[in-house]
Ligand binder design. Sequence first.
Ligand SMILES: [Fe+2]
Length: 242
Amino acid sequence: MKPAIQIHEIGNYMLRSYLLETPQGWIAVDSGYVGGFAAYRKRLGRLTTPNNVKYVFLTHAHNDHTGFLGELAHESGARLVLNEQSLPRLASGENAMPQGTGFTTRMGVMLSSMMKHSSFPPVRPDETAILLKSEADQPFLAAGLPIRVVFLPGHTADSVGLFLEETRELLCGDATGNAIIAPTRQAVLMEDVPEFARSWDKIIALNPSRIYPSHGNPFAPEDLAKYRKRLDKITLFYPKKG
Ligand SMILES: [Fe+2]
């Protein structure tokens, strides 16, 4: 039998745009870079109409995920579902880089210095938004959908993912990565390494059937067990000041 929730993907290898088709409408996971809404809407239109998107779930407030979040929520009329900790980040319109944030590869530092900006149009969620304070808040389960919100901090403090209970598939935002820049499945940027490692332990314990990162290809969970030990001795690289 076909599972109740279907995963669709309308982005690309470097930045995935997942959409969940559910019996209660569609859930968009994140948006994309600023200026990307017209192309996104076109690709979305091949699957459904914007007003069928009932929720937009934000995995974390980085500019590659939030660039057209406001436009997507406005045009679809969807309710935003987000970590409460994303609010100040969204309002600032700038990627937060709390003390201690660093990159797991020198390449990451290089790429970050090449990026022109890390800003996005500030987003102030309206009164329909669903704010997640902890994993006690499970709006999809409460609505009868077999989708569990999982808190996965480390890449950022506000990182959250979605676990599809029926198929045991995990959409994890940037709590893991599998693009060419992250060969050992870790994120390129981390705010808190021990917390990131604990989130991996949590994912491993969750025993997902497949992991869908926001960057790169979906992969088997065994990869995390294989690379987990590296996180205990990871050294971050920091961009030069000035
Ligand atoms: Fe990110």
